[in-house]
Design a protein around this ligand. Structure first.
Ligand code: PEP
Ligand code: MG
Length: 577
């Protein structure tokens, strides 16, 4: 029996068998081939292409019906790429002319192709480079005989299994969930990464950032994943297993007790009403929000519609997805425009493609949208059209400059005019809000507030950018601190700016769904929280046991402190009664 420690994601205990995926990629060899063996090398390359094609076709044919149909389209595009002369024929000429081994020839072609994609102006077409790299990786796997070992997550039976992997992208997490994995464990990653957030909403217990520790876990080994405490137990003995089974039963009972709060008001003991909304990733998540009685959706992360597919969804597909949510809920649905970039790549970055040096500071979210109106406009049209079916709001992620915001507002105005001319119905007064998640926007929140109908504090990024801590980097995760005085001051001033401008301020980062911070945020003046539906009842429970009059003074004291130890002590005191 072995106990390993990492960062727990969400709550819950999973007991199951390990499936180890994605071991480190082997080195790509480069060597000269003797003249008499050149034709054999050519045949080796052709056979690899054939096997890669056959394997892809088999994966496509075995996709379960629960997986969105775009996944098959995505695989078909890869099959077509494998047949393209640039990949299927040109490396043969390179092998013959340069007498190099097949892998080397493939590397040379791949580099030439990647450069062509890199030079493209259209960011969407540029992102297609990742598909090329994925296909090339597949051929490498065949050449090096590493295929089927670890890399192909789509061809695995993961039902009830615990996935062990070096890293997992949000796109991978969606695919794995369709394969009914029970839990996952990764070497890399932090508890605020998008993969972690997704795991919580998928109700998949996870432990991330185990560093090299997962080297000790082998295929088929029995495991306990204790997500609440960030612990993995490898090959537990029967006493430990019994203890965890008992804890699983207790957690089920606690969940049942919290269920009794559904339908009760989210009000403090002294009668202040608080809005509790849900964060969702995919239209299907809306059922979880309805089930816990959320007041609405405070954050719909639309980028997940754009992942694991070869083409972005068109206006009609988006319209249908947004309408599903708006119609089902009939309560305010805040639809956030596309926030792709940083750790959210369309293909999950599986190919390890060319990522900007500082992706979190790069062409992400609203920046990407403004640089590509062909991507942005259909989304604005779809959201506006969905607003005809129920209360909806548009939320802009990562605003950092007022000029940028003006451009977005102008695009929304133009889109409304176009829709009106085309005879579409929409809510002409649809609220437009901005996420306050970049320090520049938090510091100047009063200026942004003059142009917007509401603000929503995205603490995940606000903390990352304020403290200069990459939210997906496990090496610096210990510094990721929602209680840092700078973070608390920024939150406080954003709430104040919204209040003075007379517009609502909500919070939709993970901090809003962590019951340890509920009283502190209430004390700072926050009255609207949006979070994963799985934690909504726990936060409601805390609100119902809180007395605003009592906690405001203690909150003021926390704001005067600079040392994190004392701040934590005061927070414990705040939470203790
Ligand atoms: C945030 O940054 O707090 C947020 C809610 O957005 P995301 O986690 O999707 O970046
Ligand atoms: Mg964010």
């Amino acid at each position: 029996m072995l106990t390993l420690h990492g960062s727990g994601v969400g709550s819950g205990i999973a007991i199951g068998e390990a499936v180890v995926l994605d071991r480190d990629r082997p080195e790509i060899p480069e060597y000269l081939v003797p003249a008499e063996q050149i034709e054999a090398e050519v045949s080796r390359f052709q056979a690899a292409i054939e096997r890669a094609g056959a394997e892809l076709a088999a994966v496509r044919d075995s996709i379960p019906s629960t997986v969105p149909s775009e996944t098959a389209t995505f695989i078909d595009a890869h099959i077509l790429m494998l047949q393209d002369p640039v990949l299927a024929e040109e490396p043969l000429a390179t092998i013959r002319e340069r007498r190099c081994n097949a892998e080397w020839a493939l590397t040379a072609r791949c580099q030439a192709l990647v450069e062509v994609f890199d030079a493209m102006e259209d960011p969407y077409l540029r992102s297609k480079k990742n598909d090329v790299e994925q296909v090339v990786n597949r051929i490498y796997n065949e050449l090096l005989n590493t295929h089927g070992q670890d890399h192909d997550i789509l061809s695995r039976d993961l039902s009830g299994k615990i996935v062990i992997t070096n890293d997992l992208t949000p796109a991978d997490a969606v695919l794995l969930q369709h394969h009914h994995m029970r839990a996952f464990v990764t070497n890399l990653g932090g508890p605020i990464s998008h993969t972690a957030i997704l795991a919580r909403s998928l109700r998949v217990p996870a432990v991330v950032g185990l560093h090299g520790a997962i080297r000790y876990i082998r295929h088929g080994e029995p495991l306990v994943v204790d997500a609440s405490n960030g612990i993995i137990i490898v090959s537990p003995d029967s006493a430990v297993l019994r203890e965890y089974e008992q804890r699983q039963r207790e957690e089920d009972r606690l969940r049942e007790r919290l269920h009794s709060l559904i339908g009760l008001a989210a009000s403090t003991r002294d009668g202040t009403a608080v809005t509790l909304s849900a964060n969702i990733e995919l239209p299907g998540d809306i059922e979880a929000a309805v089930k816990v009685g959320a007041n609405g959706v405070g954050l719909y992360r639309t980028e997940y519609l754009f992942m694991n597919r070869s083409e972005p969804p068109g206006e009609e597909e988006q319209y249908s997805a947004y309408t599903t949510v708006v119609t089902r809920l009939q309560r305010p649905v805040t639809i956030r425009t596309l926030d792709l970039g940083a750790d959210k790549q369309v293909d999950g970055g599986r190919s390890g493609g060319n990522i900007a040096t500082n992706p979190a500071l790069g062409l992400r979210a609203v920046r990407l949208c403004l640089s590509d109106p062909g991507l942005f406009r259909p989304q604005l049209r779809a959201i506006l059209r969905a607003s005809a079916h129920g209360p909806a709001a548009i939320m802009i992620p990562m605003v950092s400059s007022l000029d940028e915001l003006d451009q977005v507002l102008e695009m929304i105005r133009e889109t409304k005019t176009a829709l009106r001319h085309e005879g579409y119905v929409f809510d002409p007064a649809i609220p437009v809000g901005g996420m306050i998640e970049v320090p520049a926007a938090a510091i100047a929140a009063d200026l942004f507030a003059t142009k917007l109908d509401f603000l929503s504090i995205g603490t995940n990024d606000l903390i990352q950018y304020t403290l200069a801590i990459d939210r997906v980097d496990d090496e610096v995760n210990y510094l990721y601190d929602p209680l840092h005085p700078s973070v608390l001051r920024l939150i406080c001033s954003v709430i104040k700016a919204g209040c003075e401008a007379g517009i609502p301020v909500s919070m939709c980062g993970e901090m809003a769904g962590d019951a340890r911070y509920t009283r502190l945020l209430l004390g700072l003046g926050l009255r609207s929280f949006s979070m994963d539906p799985t934690v909504l009842l726990e936060v409601k429970n805390t609100i119902r046991h809180s007395h605003l009059g009592e906690l405001e003074e203690q909150t003021r004291e926390i704001l005067t402190r600079s040392d994190s130890g004392r701040i934590r002590e005061l927070l414990d005191r705040l939470n203790s009664h």
